[in-house]
Design a protein around this ligand. Structure first.
Ligand code: HEC
Length: 318
């Protein structure tokens, strides 16, 4: 039976195929019985010489009627009960599942993975439960992965959900039942290859403006562990009100924190160390590119009152 289908690659697939086989065999059985009876009756009750007819049939046997009605009902209820578990299993995602926000458009899909990783293909770890929250930006689409036996409508102005657990590392085609939906793929990873994929998806700029990217990098690159945003001192000074400020370095020199200074602080932190702090900042040279540095600078400006007052002054002067 299952050779009719794509390989089973999720926990749900086997249950779904069993239900399908059950219904299929039931339907074939019903077909054979009904056609068999029809043929038998056609032969038995064909028009014949009146002398060859037997006596007229008596009243209908009630027992037969009861067996027919009850039998059909029991069959239907059994099928319903047998698949109810599967239905809830499919519709109610398990607690603690990884959530991915999915947006469909005719020209492509956008998957918002945990941690802010955005891609046009879906990436998950094999063996983990994944919930998809799907919505469409234009027309109705569908999110269909045959190997996982998932088929979920993706509608405008409404969020639909589905979940799955892929049981192997592979690449699966994602199709749509609707016309004109861009194709995409589901890529399942080992934990290691998932981490490598995360490293490789660096184009945060495709979906965020530079200030948002800067705020995101503060979390992603671990600045948060040493720098607060509320003025409080951690291992390093708070990043609030840093840009545009002037601070004394260990050597006694006064440094204005401008774009060049931030760049140097990231690439070569030991070049100038602020008085009262240890030279322990992570060296980000090689871990961060120019665009990301610019994004951090743009973001630092938004959390510094020195910059705001500079803007106000400019307004007054202008
Ligand atoms: C391991 C802890 C640590 C991490 C992680 C870290 N920093 Fe620092 N940072 C420091 C310390 C300590 C100082 C103060 C000493 C110095 O100037 O090097 C500092 C200084 C700075 C300065 C200069 C401030 C000044 O007045 O001299 C900037 C700007 C800065 N960090 C930004 C960042 C950003 C942005 C990140 C993340 C990409 C980051 N830091 C990650 C510890 C850290």
């Amino acid at each position: 039976m299952s050779s009719w289908f794509p390989p089973e690659a999720s926990v749900q697939a086997a249950a779904m195929d069993r239900a399908f086989s059950g219904i299929w065999f039931g339907a074939v059985l019903a077909l054979v019985v009904l056609v068999g009876l029809a043929v038998t009756f056609v032969i038995q009750f064909r028009r014949r010489d009146p002398s060859a007819r037997g006596a007229a049939a008596g009243p209908v046997d009630r027992r037969l009627q009861v067996i027919w009605v009850l039998g059909a009902m029991i069959l239907a209820v059994t099928a319903f009960a047998a698949d109810l578990g599967g239905f809830f299993g499919q519709t109610v995602p398990p607690l603690g599942a990884t959530e991915v926000d999915v947006v469909a458009r005719q020209d492509g899909w956008t998957f918002h993975h945990p941690g802010g990783y955005v891609a046009d293909t879906l990436h998950v770890t094999a063996g983990e439960n994944v919930v998809l929250k799907l919505r469409s930006d234009d027309l109705p689409h569908s999110f269909t992965v045959p190997a996982l036996r998932i088929n979920q409508g993706v509608l405008p102005d409404r969020t639909t959900r589905t979940w799955f657990m892929a049981d192997r590392v592979d690449t699966f085609a994602v199709r749509s039942n609707t016309h004109g939906t861009a194709p995409t793929a589901l890529i399942t990873h080992t934990p290691d290859s998932y981490a490598r994929w995360q490293d490789s998806v660096s184009d945060l700029f495709a979906t965020m403006d530079p200030v948002e990217v800067g705020a995101h990098l503060y979390l992603k690159l671990g600045c948060k562990t040493c720098h607060s945003l509320d003025g409080s001192r951690l291992t390093g000074p708070s990043l609030q009100d840093v840009f545009g400020g002037t601070f004394e370095s260990r050597t006694g020199a006064m440094n204005l924190v401008d774009e060049a200074f931030v760049r140097e602080s990231l690439l070569d932190p030991a070049a100038s160390v602020r008085a009262g702090y240890e030279p322990v900042m992570t060296v980000f040279a090689g871990r961060i590119d120019d665009r990301e540095i610019d994004a951090i600078i743009a973001w630092l400006k938004t959390i510094s009152t020195f910059v705001e007052s500079a803007a106000d002054d400019a307004e007054v002067e202008g």
